[in-house]
Design a protein around this ligand. Structure first.
Ligand SMILES: NC(=O)c1ccc[n+]([C@@H]2O[C@H](COP(=O)([O-])OP(=O)(O)OC[C@H]3O[C@@H](n4cnc5c(N)ncnc54)[C@H](OP(=O)(O)O)[C@@H]3O)[C@@H](O)[C@H]2O)c1
Length: 440
């Protein structure tokens, strides 16, 4: 039997405590499958006295995560504290720099410093594994980094934020407002007290930036992502989408185009009969389209202590099973120095279908004027629907919903601007991009 793999865990919260429990409870099973025991040799958290639901008295306690990373007698440093800055950043750097492998679930850290950390890992022959950082328990990092080697990837997209998917699902199923569903998500612990990071799309953007790098070999560029959150989605949009055969999801999409790589996070219409439209509640899904394999769709738990710990454990087990001195997998799929600069494709050049919902005054000629502006901008319509038919005497606003065939975003923006300047719109127009799975 080989020597035990000694790990140090920094962070004993939701994920760290779940991981520690699994490691203790499944020690024998892990020893058999990994060929050696996995031992928790050192731990740190903010509060030493807090009960973690597992006996960690045999592990050396450190007050400072950076000291643990620098000094503890460990083979693997497991970073489960979170945050892009210190101590997570300094501790991970310290571990990698002395040849200690690192496993982390920290998407914020990778989005901000992934290329730097990958470079340090390469220099010192250490591994940097981060399966849990994107879509929790779904093994999407391994799929992109290892399983799809040799494929040329054209698009990666997915539902990567359980809070947003829970809210959108609940709005549709129960006909409730965004605000009511957000409150319920907070009550159930699916949304933070300050939910902005999730509902504005930033969390999805962090994850997407990592997938973009793995898919397209470009440097991580988390600040260069087109971002729209879900706060603007109304129950009217959700109902109109359903009537027209679509469902609204917050998607992160990375796609190669002729002008660069699109990275965008926004509410998206997906066809009702697509598999991704069926992904409800806090569940996540990631689709990868590539030339050799075709379309791969993975669905599973995107968060939670156990689901996330499962992915962390998989990364630790990979290290336990690896042979000393064996060639290591580059953290970002290729050597950090071989990553290409990220070239952003302009969102105005995005080509796709659009859902446009307009609230208009009940005047003659409005319908014809809208159709004319669409035609003038070369936009062909898949459908145009007028709702809430007013009576002859009524001047209540009417709703007009347009679904376009694939067209350039610039044309849609110009057409909508012309419609606005005609002066018959009531309120702001709603424009939502449509995303179609390759096979739909
Ligand atoms: N929770 C999920 O479902 C999930 C899913 C995917 C990825 N992740 C990622 O996993 C990581 C951990 O998330 P979590 O939900 O487990 O967070 P959490 O419950 O807030 O736990 C954070 C842990 O880190 C410790 N900690 C924080 N700052 C520290 C410091 N300066 N020094 C020492 N210890 C410190 C805390 O100590 P105390 O306990 O003493 O306060 C706590 O044990 C994050 O990167 C997160 O993005 C989480």
């Amino acid at each position: 039997m080989a020597d035990a793999l000694k790990i140090g865990i920094a962070g004993l919260g939701t994920v760290g405590a779940s991981l520690a429990k699994i490691l203790v409870e499944r020690r024998d099973m892990l020893q058999t499958t990994c060929g050696r025991p996995i031992e928790i040799a050192a731990v740190t958290a903010r509060s030493k006295g807090r009960d973690r639901g597992v006996d960690l008295s045999a592990a050396e306690w450190f007050d400072d995560p950076v000291a643990l990373a620098r000094e503890a007698k460990i083979d693997v440093f497991v970073e489960l504290m979170g945050g892009a800055g210190d101590p997570a950043h300094a501790a991970v750097k310290a571990a990698l720099s002395r040849g200690v492998h690192v496993v982390t679930a920290n998407k914020a850290l990778l989005a901000a410093h992934g290329v730097e950390l990958a470079g340090i890992a390469e220099k010192h022959g250490s591994l940097l594994n981060y399966e849990a950082a994107v879509a929790g328990g779904i093994p999407v990092i391994k799929a992109l980094r290892e399983s799809l080697t040799g494929n040329t990837i054209s698009r990666v997209y997915g539902i990567m934020n359980g809070t947003c998917n829970y809210i959108l699902t609940k709005m549709e199923k129960e006909g409730l407002s965004f605000e009511a569903c957000l409150k319920e998500a907070q009550r159930l612990g699916y949304a933070e007290a300050d939910p902005a990071f999730d509902i504005e799309g930033n969390d999805t953007a962090h994850k997407l930036s990592i997938l973009t790098t793995l898919a397209f070999g470009t440097r991580i560029s988390a600040d260069d992502i087109y971002l729209e959150g879900i706060t603007n989605i109304s129950i009217d949009d959700i109902r109109a989408a359903a009537d027209l055969g679509y469902r609204i999801k917050l998607l992160g999409v990375a796609q190669k185009t002729d002008t660069g790589v699109e990275q965008r996070v926004h509410p998206t219409m997906v066809p009702l009969d697509s598999v991704i439209a069926q992904v409800d509640g806090v569940t996540n899904a990631v689709a990868i389209e590539s030339d050799i394999l075709g379309e791969l769709l993975m669905v599973g738990p995107g968060a939670g202590g156990n689901a996330t710990a499962s992915a962390v454990l998989g990364d630790i087990a990979d290290i336990a099973k690896s042979r000393p001195g064996a060639q290591t997998v580059p953290a970002l799929g290729r050597p950090a120095a071989a990553l290409a600069p990220y070239k952003r494709a302009q969102i105005r050049k995005h080509h796709g279908g659009y859902f446009i919902r307009l609230s208009v005054e009940d005047r003659t000629g409005v319908f014809a004027s809208i159709a004319r502006h669409m035609a003038e901008n070369g936009i062909s319509l898949e459908s145009i629907v007028q709702r809430a038919q007013a009576t002859a005497e009524s001047t209540d606003p009417k709703t007009i919903i347009l679904v376009t065939h694939a067209t350039m975003e610039d044309s849609v923006r110009k057409a909508v601007a012309s419609i606005k300047s005609d002066g018959y719109l009531v309120g702001e127009p709603q424009v939502i991009r449509i995303e179609r799975p390759k096979t739909a």
